[in-house]
Design a protein around this ligand. Structure first.
Ligand SMILES: C[S@@+](CC[C@H](N)C(=O)[O-])C[C@H]1O[C@@H](n2cnc3c(N)ncnc32)[C@H](O)[C@@H]1O
Length: 396
């Protein structure tokens, strides 16, 4: 039998020193991803990108960050051109979005760029080091959520909330139970127990879902992201006037907790493959669950955030000009011997960003909440893109 890794040994030690010798799955996921010395996000040098375990939208092309920059410039206008105008990015990965946003604003919206302060909040020291290497703009500073003063501007994230640890629950004998992780012969095992916190039942009240009705089968398994609610409460206190923009894969509660989705959404990513076993490759693979956008909206309302709009990434990017970019690139082949290949690659990337097939990036949710705005605003990304308008007209 091979020796357990440092991470597995310290998780086993932790479990064995915990009363009851078991920890909720959420605590296990937190250790596997963020253990301060051995966690996946803390230590692994290649997490994101072609040589890592998964890619995100900014890996496909600069267009994603540039289209976000257009949305930020629009937000700056609708806030009355404040200076400073803060963009806070939480969970910035390799810093690709930040580089694309800053580069685009500098070139195309110099007044907005002059007013801009760009702040990154990043938990992983390994990724923070990569960001500092990649981002040489003097505009960028790093801080923590606890140290961030309330901002005027936009607080945003791409694929952050899906990386928060989740509780796993199952329905048995008409009761909700929770999955805990325990040890047996120095290996990690799942065991069922009562709910570890009353916040889990409050969560379902918040999102208007009752898993104890007959429509949910015995053995129904799903996740609850309580960390997202705490995060939202804190973020709401860090916005004085402006927007919270959250992009991630997920559903509204009715779809998330659909009786048919009886195994939940937890996934593990390792070397660009996904599977369902969180107890293998521990510390070498990402663990992630879809997010519940209803919970973010409902908790946001309680925390003083008003929902401005909820849409899909494909529509959001189209409204910001993705369709025009697709049309434009086919007319201009980049110079050089590789120009045609570059054109083909970029066109494929643009199509991936708006791919509306079930696993496509275009189906990601985009939630915009606001706080402290005196007047109603209409953001470009939330308007109906021209092609949709044409389809709607045609269907009438
Ligand atoms: C899936 S990656 C997404 C990276 C990047 N946004 C992108 O689109 O490529 C999740 C990111 O969130 C960071 N993260 C997770 N939890 C965090 C927290 N509580 N505070 C700050 N960053 C966090 C991770 O370290 C990582 O940078």
């Amino acid at each position: 039998m091979s020796q357990p890794s440092h991470l597995v040994s310290s998780i086993i030690d932790h479990i064995q020193s915990t009363p009851g010798q078991r920890i909720p799955f959420a605590s296990y996921m937190d250790l596997a991803l963020y253990h301060p010395d051995h966690g996946y996000y803390t230590t692994k040098s290649s997490i994101l990108g072609p040589s890592g375990d998964f890619i995100t939208s900014p890996h496909l092309s600069h267009d994603f960050g540039e289209l976000l920059a257009i949305q930020f410039a629009d937000m700056w206008q609708s806030l009355g051109q404040p200076s400073p105008f803060h963009i806070v990015e939480m969970g910035a990965g390799q810093g690709l979005i930040a580089a694309d946003v800053l580069g685009y604003l500098q070139q195309n919206h110099p007044d907005c760029y002059t007013a801009l302060d760009y702040t990154i909040i990043e938990k992983s020291s390994a990724l923070r080091a990569q960001q500092k290497q990649h981002l040489t703009h003097q505009k960028v500073i790093w801080t923590t959520l606890a140290d961030l003063s309330p901002i005027t501007g936009c607080f945003f994230s791409n694929e952050l909330v899906d990386a928060f640890p989740v509780h796993i629950i199952e329905k048995h004998n008409n009761q909700l139970q929770e999955i805990y992780v325990t040890t047996q012969d120095n290996t990690l095992q799942e065991t069922l127990g009562p709910l570890s916190t009353g916040k889990l039942t409050q969560y379902f009240d918040l999102v208007g879902i009752d898993l104890l009705t007959d429509t949910y089968p015995n053995g129904y398994r799903t996740e609850v992201n309580l960390a997202a609610l705490d995060w939202l409460d804190t973020v709401a206190t860090r916005i004085d006037r402006g927007f919270l923009l959250t992009i991630d894969y997920g559903h509204i509660a009715q779809r998330y907790y659909s009786p048919a989705r009886h195994k939940g959404t937890l996934k593990c990513y390792h070397q660009h493959r996904h599977h369902d076993n969180p107890y293998t490759n521990i510390g070498q693979q990402d663990l992630t669950a879809h997010i519940d956008f209803t919970a973010l909206q409902a908790q946001g309302e309680k925390a003083g955030l008003t929902t401005l709009g909820y849409t899909q990434q494909g529509l959001f990017l189209m409204a910001l000009g993705l369709g025009d970019r697709v049309a434009h690139i086919t007319q201009t082949i980049p110079p050089g011997p590789d120009g045609f290949n570059q054109l083909i690659q970029r066109r494929a990337a643009l199509h991936q960003l708006m791919d509306m097939s079930p696993m496509g990036l275009g189906t990601f949710g985009v939630l915009v909440q606001e706080k402290g705005l005196e007047n109603s605003v209409s953001l470009t990304g939330l308007t109906t893109p021209p092609m949709e308008q044409a389809i709607n007209k045609f269907q009438k």
